[in-house]
Structure formats: structure tokens, C-alpha cells
Write a protein that binds this ligand. Structure first.
Ligand code: ATP
Length: 236
């Protein structure tokens, strides 16, 4: 479904992604783990067209969309739930959700159906439909960010550090939600620092270090890998 070939992304003189190749097949959950500043967010942004790719190719369903503008990629079935959630605090839960279906805003029936679907998936959001999003808890805001990304009915969901800044119990809820999304057939590319949980949910995974993939394997293989254990799992 997604293929990234030797992608490089730079911020001026800083090369944040240094020739990354990876693949996500339909129905898989693929995880990228890596430390702060490894280039994880930059890589996700390049997939949705929010950062320009300097070299290499991004293929969605075999179609080269390396230089397709961001707003047109929604039509290709890819949506990003960004790091830091990016919900609009002064807008209600419902209004934030509506923004997720912006490309289909003319189709009221589609938007209403999508809102009801996400409320069924995340009942806590339904209870808070008219609450300003800035007053939601961190976990609720994360659920909202995921629900908003799902509003456009993507086939590939990109999740950027959904556990960031959340308490352990809430992190468990987030990973439960990711498992449910996987069961519903959604393909997911998950970027995380919470390596243990993220590898636990992953069919396959990659380790990104200073802009380069240094390891890849099944989630299980990486959980058992001594280098991953010492660098990311805090065990030996
Ligand atoms: P984190 O988990 O801290 O978000 P990350 O793995 O997602 O880390 P990126 O945010 O992709 O890493 O950053 C990769 C590198 O690119 C870092 O060195 C960072 O300082 C740099 N960088 C990221 N965004 C910008 C920007 N807008 N302008 C300049 N440099 C940037």
C-alpha cells in the first residue's frame, strides 16, 4: 500500500531523513521506533506531503505521489494524526471532527455518517460533542485527533506518537484503540517512543536512528533484539 524508496528530507543544511526505504502492506500495523530527533515525524510529514522530499520516491498503491500536493493525497486514502494532536482548542469536538472531512464538506450525508461512526468508535467523544476541545483531557484529545484523521475514511492511517505525554492507563486505552482499528482492517503506520507497547502491536517494525533505518523485523523479533532492549526497552 505504501512504499518509500531512498527518501531524503532536509531542513536547510540539516538532513533529517537520510535515504529511508520502507514498506507498509495492506492490513499491516508497522511501527517505527526511534529516539527524539531521529526523524520520525519528518518522515511521516513527507508521506502526506507536509515536508518536501529532496530525493527518493513515495509510492501509494504503486502510484508515485512524491510531488503530489498534500490536499490531493487525502483522496489517495492516507491520513495523519499529528504529533501533539493538533486539535483546535477553541472549537468543539464536533467542529474538530468536521475539519477532518474538509475535503468532503459539500457532502453533508457523508460528514454526518462519518461523525456518527467515530462517535460509535469513541463514545467519550460523543458525550463531549459540544465541549471545547481545549478542555478535554490529554487522552480524550488524542482520541479526537485519531477520530479526526479517520473522518476522511483513510485506508492508511499514520499515527505520530499517540502516547506522548499521557499517563500509563490512558496509553493502554490508546493502544486498545489501535488494536481495534487493526481488527477493522485498517492499515497503520505508527511512530512511537513507547517502544514496548508499539512493538507489541506491530506486525513489522523499523528502528530509525539519526535519519537512517538501522534495524527491521517483526515486532516480536525487535522486542527480543538485544540492541533494541538496551537502547529502547530499558532492559538487557
Ligand atoms: P521527536 O520524537 O522529538 O518529534 P522525531 O524522531 O520525530 O523526534 P523530527 O521531529 O522528525 O524527529 O526531527 C528530525 C530532525 O530534524 C531533528 O534534528 C530536528 O531538530 C530537525 N527538524 C525537525 N523539524 C524541523 C524544522 N521545522 N526546521 C528545522 N529543523 C527541523
Amino acid at each position: 500500500m505504501l512504499k518509500i524508496e531512498s527518501v531524503k528530507v532536509s531542513y536547510g543544511a540539516i538532513e533529517a531523513v537520510k535515504g529511508v526505504s520502507l514498506e507498509v502492506r495492506a492490513g499491516e500495523v508497522v511501527t517505527i521506533i526511534g529516539a527524539n530527533g531521529a526523524g520520525k515525524s519528518t518522515l511521516l510529514k513527507s508521506i502526506v506531503g507536509l515536508e518536501p522530499v529532496a530525493e527518493g520516491r513515495v509510492l501509494i498503491d504503486g502510484k508515485d505521489c512524491t510531488h503530489v500536493p498534500s490536499h490531493q493525497r487525502v483522496g489517495l486514502g492516507v491520513a495523519l494524526s499529528p504529533e501533539g494532536r493538533g486539535v483546535f482548542p477553541d472549537q468543539t469536538v464536533r467542529e474538530n471532527l468536521m475539519l477532518g472531512a474538509y475535503s468532503r464538506r459539500g457532502d453533508k450525508a457523508f460528514v454526518e455518517r462519518a461523525i456518527e461512526r467515530e462517535f460509535a468508535r469513541f463514545p467519550r467523544l460523543k458525550e463531549r460533542e459540544h465541549q471545547l476541545s481545549g478542555t478535554l483531557s490529554g487522552g480524550e484529545q488524542q482520541m479526537l485527533a485519531i477520530a479526526r484523521a479517520l473522518m476522511s475514511e483513510p485506508r492508511l492511517l499514520l499515527l505520530d506518537e499517540p502516547s506522548l505525554g499521557l499517563a500509563p492507563l490512558i496509553i493502554k486505552d490508546i493502544f486498545d484503540a489501535i488494536r481495534q482499528l487493526r481488527s477493522s482492517g485498517l492499515t497503520i503506520l505508527l511512530v512511537e517512543q513507547m517502544a514496548k507497547q508499539a512493538l507489541g502491536v506491530a506486525d513489522r517494525a523499523y528502528v530509525l536512528e539519526t535519519g537512517c533505518i538501522t534495524l527491521e523485523g517483526s515486532g516480536r523479533e525487535l522486542l527480543d533484539n538485544p540492541k533494541v532492549k538496551s537502547a529502547y526497552l530499558g532492559t538487557h
